[in-house]
Design a protein around this ligand. Structure first.
Ligand SMILES: *[C@@H]1O[C@H](CO)[C@@H](O)[C@H](O)[C@H]1NC(C)=O
Ligand SMILES: *[C@@H]1O[C@H](CO)[C@@H](O)[C@H](O)[C@H]1NC(C)=O
Ligand SMILES: *[C@@H]1O[C@H](CO)[C@@H](O)[C@H](O)[C@H]1NC(C)=O
Ligand SMILES: *[C@@H]1O[C@H](CO)[C@@H](O)[C@H](O)[C@H]1NC(C)=O
Ligand SMILES: *[C@@H]1O[C@H](CO)[C@@H](O)[C@H](O)[C@H]1NC(C)=O
Ligand SMILES: *[C@@H]1O[C@H](CO)[C@@H](O)[C@H](O)[C@H]1NC(C)=O
Ligand SMILES: *[C@@H]1O[C@H](CO)[C@@H](O)[C@H](O)[C@H]1NC(C)=O
Ligand SMILES: *[C@@H]1O[C@H](CO)[C@@H](O)[C@H](O)[C@H]1NC(C)=O
Ligand SMILES: *[C@@H]1O[C@H](CO)[C@@H](O)[C@H](O)[C@H]1NC(C)=O
Length: 560
């Protein structure tokens, strides 16, 4: 009787605790520490924005030709693989809204200019005859780097390469843009990123979704889907009722997906993250929904917009003065396209430069080289990976870059950058350097004097065995000299350390590196990182990670 009960209880417990659906498979590849995915509980750790360094002395794009006297803030970045590139080599491209100094965006069409580069450092503005420039309508026509035009007060959204299976070569480059007076999202197509064909009808049925730059790409979630980020304001319209003199501030980032083609059917647009508390409710909203899909994580880089009262604006026309203010770039993430998106922290990811407000012009003039003191705006798909253009497949480079636009001027009704408003004010598109996989860190706490923190994973299983190959775990972490990082594998059910993979046997890491190998002491005294003995571990595994004075960015599981 006794034995039967015990057997029954054991069976019962095991049945519920290690039901195979409770075991989360850990696949090979890079996993980012941007949220609690894989983590069951953690102590004295927090998620932080990664560290990013601006380089304002070396703008990638700035006004050089009369038709781009204004390098406007709507901009999109693209990495073109060699098989799709006009040069036969991998290419980086930047698309940006541009107008000449006589243009008023409320009255004139807006152009899309392009710049390209083979190294990310030297940028070229190729000149075409697609949209020649005729100064004052009378001067001789000039070739330009204009590749598309959008209508009055309407702008480009995002250029992306469409990886949906079956996409024809002639439409493989796609560009979302605003069109028609009510601001529908349209999608233009191209076979090389330079010669564009306009869309024929709204891609999404919702008018107004396109007010503010749209972000768009194709992701692998749900068997493949288009993801479209826009803006809508039909919910709570009172977020700026006490913001004297300014236009209402109720701009919510919206997201919608289509598992069909670019014309839908689209899901009902969802608010990507809630506007308001803990952010200021009055006079503050979220602007640019610049997005990025990276290692299965959806990132958005919304610019938080602080609306100024009319009287604080130096903009010379009332329409612009009523919609003026400053912005900096934040970062929010989700594992699913429709969110909800969470801010690891509400601190800026890319802050404005150090500046002072000129009492007359109201320009937030940069001090020194702070050319981006007025407002900053992330590029859509803004990740520039130096490895994208490398032909060798050695160690990945330690750094990557995020592309963003910055200016001394303020928003001013979106007309901000027009030379006619504020001649001489600086604006340009810059690159800022961050660590590989470094958008978000899982960090030990400054407030914890020992600097110690730890987490225990959910019950995980390792990928299937590959005969004759070692399965290794590398860590991308910044470990202080006074710090350390070690990993112990534990039985998924009993939580007991698994002999051979305990903290005692782990060779503690002390480095700052993007691919630091974890190893454990073997019986004969040598170290091995091979995880093969843990594959198909019957109860599943828990990863117990302890670290001191450390920022952890990612782990990489790979067969070698
Ligand atoms: C281009 O090359 C990439 C790999 O870099 C591949 O995934 C893609 O299918 C290729 N596209 C075409 C149109 O050949
Ligand atoms: C804008 O472009 C359209 C063609 O796309 C043209 O019909 C219209 O006249 C242009 N508007 C201005 C103000 O140039
Ligand atoms: C930029 O694109 C043009 C047009 O395809 C091409 O001729 C030029 O070589 C490219 N330049 C770079 C640096 O990639
Ligand atoms: C256009 O004409 C105006 C005067 O009508 C002149 O001031 C301006 O310099 C001209 N612009 C260009 C680019 O030629
Ligand atoms: C809008 O007003 C309603 C009613 O006064 C209030 O409950 C709500 O919190 C307000 N929302 C914002 C974003 O201010
Ligand atoms: C702005 O300033 C003008 C003149 O200084 C004043 O008449 C007006 O009431 C002010 N408006 C607001 C909204 O403060
Ligand atoms: C701000 O910049 C403008 C234009 O560059 C210049 O005229 C003005 O003197 C500057 N003001 C300050 C306070 O630096
Ligand atoms: C995680 O939770 C378990 C069970 O409550 C506890 O024993 C363990 O100490 C916790 N670990 C961490 C790192 O918080
Ligand atoms: C020590 O043991 C490991 C496996 O535990 C083995 O791979 C390695 O070859 C051994 N080294 C020596 C020097 O015997």
């Amino acid at each position: 009787m006794m034995r039967t009960t015990q057997y029954f209880i054991t069976f019962f417990v095991q049945f519920f605790l290690i039901n195979s659906s409770d075991i989360v498979p850990l696949d090979v590849g890079v996993h980012l520490f941007v949220d609690e995915q894989y983590i069951e509980n953690m102590t004295s750790l927090e998620f932080q924005n990664g560290h990013i360094e601006k380089d304002l002395d070396h703008p990638l794009v700035y006004p050089e030709y009369p038709w781009e006297a204004a390098v406007h803030f709507y901009n999109s970045f693209l990495q073109v693989p060699s098989n799709l590139s006009t040069t036969g080599a991998p290419m980086y491209m930047i698309y940006y809204a541009c107008v000449d100094s006589s243009a008023i965006i409320y009255n004139d069409n807006v152009s899309v200019c392009v710049a390209n580069s083979s190294d990310g450092i030297h940028w070229e503005k190729p000149l075409f005859w697609y949209y020649p420039y005729t100064a004052n309508g009378t001067k001789p026509a000039q070739a330009t780097n204009i590749v598309f035009t959008t209508n009055v007060n309407e702008f480009l959204g995002t250029v992306f390469i469409d990886t949906r299976p079956g996409t024809t070569r002639s439409e493989i480059f796609k560009m979302s843009y605003e069109n028609e007076f009510v601001r529908y999202v349209y999608v233009a197509t191209s076979e090389d990123g330079f010669r564009w064909k306009a869309g024929i009808k709204p891609a999404h049925p919702l008018a107004g979704l396109s007010d503010t730059q749209t972000a768009m790409f194709y992701s692998s979630e749900n068997g493949g889907q288009y993801v479209l980020y826009g803006r809508a304001d039909w919910f709570v319209r009172n977020s700026s009722v006490y913001c004297p003199g300014a236009n209402p501030a109720f701009r919510r980032v919206m997201v919608t997906t289509s598992s069909g083609d670019i014309y839908g059917p689209w899901t009902i647009p969802m608010e990507a993250f809630a506007l308001g508390v803990p952010d200021p409710v009055q006079c503050f909203d979220n602007y640019n929904p610049a997005a990025l899909y990276y290692y299965g994580v959806y990132f958005i880089f919304p610019s938080g917009y602080w609306h100024w009262p009319v009287n604080d604006s130096g903009a010379p026309i009332p329409l612009a003065a009523a919609n003026d203010g400053v912005m900096d770039i934040r970062l929010a993430i989700s594992r699913t396209a429709l969110g909800p998106y969470r801010f690891p922290t509400r601190d800026p990811f890319i802050s404005r430069g150090i500046g002072t407000i000129d009492p007359k012009t109201k320009l937030v003039n940069g001090t020194g080289s702070d050319r981006d003191a007025g407002f900053v705006f992330a590029s859509s798909n803004g990740l520039m990976d130096p490895d994208f253009i490398r032909s060798d497949v050695g160690t990945p480079s330690a750094w990557m870059y995020h592309i963003y636009w910055g200016s001394q001027t303020t928003h001013a009704g979106g007309g901000t950058v027009l030379g006619r408003y504020w001649p001489g004010a600086y604006s340009g598109i810059f690159r800022a350097r961050l660590r590989r996989e470094g958008y978000v860190a899982l960090s030990t706490l400054v407030s914890e004097p020992t600097g110690f923190g730890e987490f225990i994973s959910q019950i995980l299983s390792l990928p299937v065995k590959k005969n004759g190959q070692q399965l290794l775990l590398h860590i991308n972490a910044e470990i202080a000299t006074a710090g350390g990082l070690a990993v112990q594998f534990e039985d998924g059910l009993t939580r007991n350390p698994i002999p051979g993979f305990t903290f005692d046997e782990c060779k503690t890491l002390h480095g700052n590196g993007i691919r630091q190998l974890l190893e454990w002491k073997t019986r004969n005294g040598t170290y091995s990182g091979d995880l093969n003995p843990l594959i198909d571990y019957p109860n599943g595994l828990r990863v117990h990670l302890q670290m001191t004075h450390t920022k952890l960015y990612s782990w990489l599981l790979s067969y070698v």
